[in-house]
Design a protein around this ligand. Structure first.
Ligand code: MGP
Length: 249
């Protein structure tokens, strides 16, 4: 430091979760990194303006409402009749859980989420859609839960999993390498989920490597993969592992 000039370091504390803004009214207030998703807010939740809450990561991780509704319809049509429980393994801000609840197909709907602040958002969002009391909210790690508290439910349950993909950077690769998915790659995720329930749906990047998905299929068996589109473009794909009824279209 030269004499006469002074550098003063001001260390600002990181905002705690409760200080992070969970609902925006104006685009100018939305952080640059998620501003493009604000333009899609009515696609994410048509009732956004009723006060939907989203954490920063939920802005890019949540399933758009029309896609979530279509998945809920597909799961209901293709699942065997005896399955009456659905477990949303990475409940997040509630996009898929709310759609499963609104479908009216399930006797019990569980949403597992390890971040308590995210669960608060999901509960609020479900209230806005009038389905909060149809959902059991479970705070914790999905792998722990499936091997302990939920262990006895596996035979009656379907698992839907929309895991984190490691952020929007997934778009950087033409074919998404599922062995590099963060924090859980396919090899970590699928055997635990499929070991728990015979019916598993994974919501994954639209560019996912289909060869990697096929590696887990027993010889002679099939999996069904469906792209879910919005405004004429794929948003993501779902892989249906297990003995699902064939989709008609
Ligand atoms: P996107 O690719 O970030 O947006 O997410 P968009 O608008 O399709 O991109 P562009 O190429 O058209 O500009 C597409 C969809 O993927 C989102 O609506 C989410 O449903 C889903 N998604 C994105 N990310 C980063 C995640 C994630 O980490 N986890 C999960 N489960 N879904 C995600």
């Amino acid at each position: 430091m030269t004499s006469g000039s002074r550098h003063v370091a001001i260390i600002l504390p990181l905002p705690t979760m409760s200080e992070v803004q969970l609902h925006y009214e104006k685009k100018k207030d939305v952080p640059e990194s998620i501003r493009k998703y604000w333009d899609q807010r009515k696609d994410l939740f048509s009732l956004y303006h009723h006060g939907i809450h989203l954490t920063h990561d939920a802005w890019f991780g949540v399933t758009p409402e029309a896609v979530a509704n279509k998945i809920a319809t597909d799961v209901a049509l293709a699942v065997p009749e005896n399955k009456n429980i659905i477990i949303d393994a990475f409940g997040g801000a509630g996009g898929n859980t709310i759609a499963f609840a609104r479908s009216g197909r399930w006797e019990r709907i569980f949403a597992i989420e390890k971040d308590p602040e995210v669960i608060k958002c999901a509960k609020r969002n479900a209230e806005i859609y009038g389905v909060a009391n149809k959902i059991w909210w479970v705070e914790g790690d999905v792998f722990d839960m499936l091997s302990t508290r939920f262990k006895s439910l596996g035979g009656n349950a379907v698992v839907f999993a929309s895991p984190p993909w490691g952020g929007p950077a997934y778009r950087g690769s033409k074919v998404f390498d599922l062995s590099r998915m963060q924090p859980y790659n396919l090899a970590t995720l699928l055997p635990s989920l499929w070991g728990f329930s015979g019916h598993v749906v994974l919501y994954l990047p639209r560019t996912s490597d289909l060869n990697q998905l096929a590696e887990y299929v027993p010889k002679g068996d099939k999996i069904q993969v469906r792209h879910y589109c919005l405004h004429g473009a794929s948003k993501a794909l779902c892989v249906y592992y297990g003995n699902w009824k064939a989709f008609r279209s």
